[in-house]
Structures are given as structure tokens and as C-alpha cells.
Design a protein around this ligand. Structure first.
Ligand code: AGP
Length: 581
């Protein structure tokens, strides 16, 4: 979703802003813009489409030392230049990430202003200008803003009267401060500033930030001494390092991610799982699919009752919490609005929360009672791979901890993962047979169905091929009517206890002309005429088997999207972190 970068220092601000924005491209956007101080005024440049358009439009040489930039992911109003940020009203120019829920009412109250765009953000801009005219002091204005704006916002603001400063405030939308040497930044996310500084400050909701050559933060009416932290992510995590796409690079990073995840799993930091009667897992998208693996493992290896929920549904459902419920929230970004709301609901009901989060210092990471950081590092590709793998590794580690199983043989696990990634040619051949199709099915039972859901999501989001994952036994209750000669099926068979049943279902679709790509654990494979192509998956401990099984699905999606010339790292309409409802 929208990305913000702000700069105050001694270097060329437009160039620094555009560079920062280019590192936020992964968040998803459709237009971009900057405001910078030059020739005694704040200048705005905005362009539709890619950052490269903005880069072409900014002055090559600029004496400007102050500015704010923005990538917009349209919510209110179509993606075009007028709706893109920054917006200016009176003396105020701002960029906004989030949604102002009461903007229609505010717009009526701000009848003296002329609005050029259809956005909620321009209304916030006019409101701040009005308050500034009344109060004459930005600090006071920003202290008043929370009582007037409803919804979520991270705002980066410049004021005509104060050309050397940036003001900022956040509520439910991410914003951090980067602390450099004689330069300071605001940013939505770590990658925007990682090649400039590793030192950062986390902001609480409603902190008033005044950024110049010094950093002032006002919290609850008082200036505070900020705590400066240091990222442990490396700069090269935000560059391609010779790979064609971040998604591919991140798939190749998975063996390391699994190693880090296992090594850093510190059991002392966790709640005593057995003291809970009920676990509710809540997440969105791939994180939800990782939760399904958790559900399967915890159910199978322990006696704790587990349920799983999509966060956008969970937040509006009736809850039957009891004191012995643990809510586990899984999120790569730690900023997904619906997942964050889950934490709030649980806390409001005095229910313990455990977050499995990838991004350091993110809102969910800061709000949960217990926290496990997944060790994926900075994930740039919109389609998650390594963060998902880290999440399912953690699910396996949690299940084995509760069930008191032996430690995993991580060397063998990692070697196996490497060997699966290396079979690129096989995945490329499969992609050749499906990339011209418009529909595809994934089938499996139990954990294999859950992996199918993730494979299907990967394929949909980056190749735009419509696909559905189905529990193999459920097909004949309706969906099998869609099978015609040549309909592609990816059938997953790794769970020995149910393999025969799945193979019967595969034979049913094969008999109706389906083209079957069989993904099967190598020791379960028997030659026959029930498949067209086969991928053999090396056997792992049941708990960690999904780690090897999902990789071919990731790579089939990748190779297929590549053959369809799709924008793999930035699929249409998608944002890396969904910070609005
Ligand atoms: C996965 O490839 C998606 N991009 C998406 O489903 C994602 O997993 C979902 O939006 C949840 O995000 P989070 O993990 O940052 O909360």
C-alpha cells in the first residue's frame, strides 16, 4: 500500500526521495510524487505509473535539502496524477498512507476549500491548513488532529512557513524515523532507508514528530527522549544480487531462512502452550495458509483444540473466548489492518496473544503479548515465499515443542530444501504445459490440500491464471463438472495416511480427461497411467514435509508467470502489506 519517505539533511533531497520510494515499490502503487523545497518554495512533482516516470521528471541537480515523497495505491479516486500525492491546501503540503473514514463529513465542513482530487487525503490536508490558520503552530495542530480525523493515517507534512522541517504523525499506519549522520528520515518501512542508515526510531500512535537537523518527538504533550534501535537486516536484502526477480532470489534464500528460524527458536520466550485449552489462529492470505499448516500440526501432535480464522472475518464474528484461549496472529508485515485488529480484540477481552511476525518493530510485533520473529529478513516480492516458509517452520517447531519431540535434524532438512530448489528444469517443463491455460485446479487431502491453497494463491497472484484448490474428496460434490479433456490438475500426495484415497480421486479426474501433474512424496510413488507428469518430493519428517512440498509450487508459479511475461514482483492491483480494511 502507499509508501512514504521524508528527508531532511544536506544532500539532494529529490534524488534521495526517489531512491527511497524505489525501495518501497514492492508495497504496491500506481503513481508517485514528491514535494521538495527549492527556489524559496515547496515544489510538487507527481507522475502516474512507475517510479521511473517520476525519476525522469525530477531535477537532476537540486540544492533542495528537505522533502517528502509518496507512492500511492489508490483507495479514493482512480490512479491518476491529480489524485496522487503530495496534496497542497493553503500553506500545507502532505502525503498520506491510510484511509480517512470521516472525510465526507469533513469535506462538507471545509466548504471554503476547493478540492482538486477525489481523495480523502486532500481533505486531511485542508483540515490541517484550517487548524494551522487558527492556531498558528504545527505542534498544536498535530496534537488536535487525532480528535478530528477518524481512520488510519501516517502523514508526512511540510509547511510553507517552515522550509527546514518535516512534521509527521501516525495512527494505525506504519511510520518510522531513520537516524542518519547529519540527516534524518521518515519512512513507511525499513527498505526505504536501509541503504542510508540502520538506525531507527519506532513511533507510537499519535506521536508528534518534528524533523529538522534534530529529531523532536512529542508524546502525550511532552517531549520524549527517543530510543534509537538498529536494524539487523543487510542492505543486500533489498537488491536483486543478479537474480531476475526478488521472488526468485527469495526462494533461493529459503535454506538460510530455515536455518536461521530453527537456530533462533528460543523456547524460553514462549507461553506454556499446555496451559491453554484453546488456540485460535488468525491471519490473512499466505499467512493464513501457514496457519492451516499450524492447525494441522498442533491438532495432530497435541490435544489442544485449535481453530483458524481469516482475520477480516474474525474481527466481525462473535467470540466465545475463555481465559484459557491463546490467539496466534501470523503476519509477515506485522501491519495488516485486519490482523492488527485481531490483536486489539483479543487484548480488549484480556486474551493472550502470540504474534509470528517478520518485520521488526511493526505494529503487531509491538502489540502482542508474546512474539516470535520469523527470520525471513526483508521480503520484497509481493508474493511471499521465504516468509511463508519461515512461518511453517515455526509451526513445526511449536508443534514439536508442545509434543516434546526430538530436535529436528536441520542439516538434513536444509540439504533437502536445496535439492528441491535445484530441480528448476522440471518446474520449467511443468510451466510449459500450463502457461497457456486460463484455469487450473490443485487437489489434495489434509495438509496437502492446505499446501494446494498456497500453490493456488501463488499462481493466481503472479500469473493471473485462475486456479482453485480443492480437498480431493470434495470434487465430486460439484466441481468435477468443470473437468473437460485437458483441464490441468496439480495433485499433491505427501500424507501417507490418506495417499490411497487421494490417488483414487486423481484417477476420477484422469478418467474424465484431466491432465494431471502429480506432486508426490518419492516413497509413495507408484508408476501408473493416472498422471501425465510427475514431481517426486524427497521424504522429510512429517512435521517438516510441507517445507519441501511447497517449493515446487512456488517455482511452478514463478516459471509460469515468467512465460506469461507478468510483472512478477509487482503483480497488478496487489500491495505487499494491506494496511487498510
Ligand atoms: C501472499 O503472497 C500475499 N501477498 C498475501 O496473501 C499476504 O500473505 C497477506 O496479505 C498477509 O500479509 P501479512 O503476512 O503481511 O499479514
Amino acid at each position: 500500500m502507499c509508501g512514504i519517505v521524508g528527508y531532511v539533511g544536506s544532500k539532494n533531497a529529490p534524488t534521495i526521495l526517489v531512491d527511497g520510494l524505489s525501495h518501497l515499490e514492492y508495497r504496491g502503487y500506481d503513481s508517485a510524487g514528491i514535494v521538495f523545497y527549492e527556489n524559496n518554495k515547496f515544489n510538487i512533482i507527481k507522475t502516474e505509473g512507475r517510479i521511473s516516470n517520476l525519476r525522469d521528471a525530477i531535477p537532476f541537480e537540486s540544492p533542495s535539502k528537505v522533502g517528502v515523497g509518496h507512492t500511492r495505491w489508490a483507495t479514493h479516486g482512480v490512479p491518476n496524477q491529480v489524485n496522487s500525492h503530495p496534496h497542497k491546501q493553503g500553506k500545507i503540503t502532505l502525503v498520506h498512507n491510510g484511509i480517512i473514514e470521516n472525510y465526507t463529513g469533513l469535506k462538507k465542513e471545509l466548504g471554503n476549500y476547493t478540492f482538486n482530487s477525489e481523495t480523502d487525503s486532500e481533505v486531511a490536508c485542508a483540515l490541517i491548513d484550517k487548524l494551522y490558520n487558527e492556531l498558528g503552530n504545527m505542534e498544536e495542530v498535530l496534537e488536535k488532529v487525532p480528535s478530528m480525523l477518524k481512520g488510519s493515517y501516517a502523514l508526512g507534512i511540510v509547511v510553507d512557513d517552515e522550509p527546514n522541517k518535516i512534521y509527521a504523525i501516525r495512527h494505525k499506519s506504519p511510520l518510522i524515523i531513520g537516524v542518519g549522520d547529519n540527516e534524518n528520515f521518515i519512512a513507511s518501512d525499513v527498505p526505504a532507508i536501509l541503504n542510508k542508515t540502520k538506525r531507527y526510531i519506532l513511533l507510537d500512535d499519535f506521536d508528534v514528530v518534528i524533523l529538522s537537523d534534530e529529531i523532536k518527538i512529542k508524546r502525550n504533550g511532552n517531549f520524549i527522549e527517543p530510543i534509537i534501535k538498529e536494524f539487523d537486516w543487510e542492505v543486500d536484502q533489498t537488491s536483486l544480487n543478479g537474480f531476475d526477480h526478488y521472488m526468485l532470489k527469495e526462494i533461493y534464500e529459503q535454506p538460510d531462512v530455515v536455518r536461521r528460524t530453527i537456530e533462533s527458536f528460543d523456547t524460553n520466550e514462549f507461553p506454556e502452550f499446555t496451559s491453554y485449552e484453546k488456540i485460535e489462529i488468525v491471519a490473512c492470505g499466505s499467512a493464513y495458509h501457514a496457519g492451516l499448516i499450524g492447525l494441522h500440526l498442533i491438532e495432530n501432535y497435541t490435544n489442544i483444540e485449535v481453530s483458524i480464522h481469516v482475520a477480516s472475518e474474525y474481527r466481525y464474528k462473535k467470540h466465545n473466548f475463555n481465559r484459557k484461549t491463546l490467539v496466534i496472529i501470523i503476519s509477515q508485515s506485522g501491519e495488516t489492518a485486519d490482523s492488527l485488529e485481531t490483536v486489539r480484540i483479543a487484548k480488549e477481552n484480556n486474551i493472550d496473544t502470540l504474534g509470528i511476525v517478520n518485520v521488526y518493530g511493526s505494529s503487531i510485533a509491538r502489540d502482542v503479548k508474546y512474539l516470535i520473529y520469523s527470520k525471513a529478513g526483508c521480503e520484497i516480492s509481493v508474493a511471499t515465499t521465504k516468509a511463508y516458509l519461515s512461518q511453517i517452520t515455526i509451526m513445526g517447531l511449536i508443534a514439536s515443542k508442545i509434543a516434546k519431540l526430538d530436535k529436528v535434524d536441520s542439516e538434513h532438512l536444509i540439504k533437502t530444501i536445496v535439492s528441491v530448489i535445484e530441480k528448476r528444469e522440471i518446474y520449467d517443463n511443468i510451466a510449459n504445459s500450463i502457461y497457456t491455460k486460463e484455469h487450473l485446479f490443485f487437489i489434495g487431502r489434509g495438509i496437502d490440500y492446505y499446501l494446494g491453497l498456497e500453490g493456488s494463491l501463488k499462481l493466481k497472484e503472479i500469473s493471473y491464471i485462475h486456479s482453485e484448490a480443492y480437498p480431493a474428496g470434495e470434487l465430486k460434490h460439484g466441481t468435477i463438472s468443470l473437468v473437460t479433456p485437458g483441464t490441468p490438475f496439480i495433485a499433491i500426495v505427501t500424507d501417507e495416511s490418506i495417499a490411497e484415497k487421494t490417488i483414487s480421486n486423481i484417477k476420477e479426474v484422469k478418467a474424465r480427461g484431466a491432465r494431471v501433474i502429480l506432486l508426490i512424496r518419492e516413497d509413495l510413488f507408484e508408476k501408473g497411467d493416472y498422471y501425465d507428469e510427475v514431481i517426486l518430493i524427497p521424504r522429510l519428517d512429517d512435521i517438516y514435509q510441507p517445507l519441501a512440498t511447497v517449493i515446487p509450487l512456488q517455482l511452478i508459479a514463478y516459471e509460469t508467470a515468467k512465460k506469461r511475461n507478468c510483472d512478477i514482483d509487482k503483480p497488478r492491483n496487489l500491495a505487499k502489506s494491506v494496511t487498510v480494511e
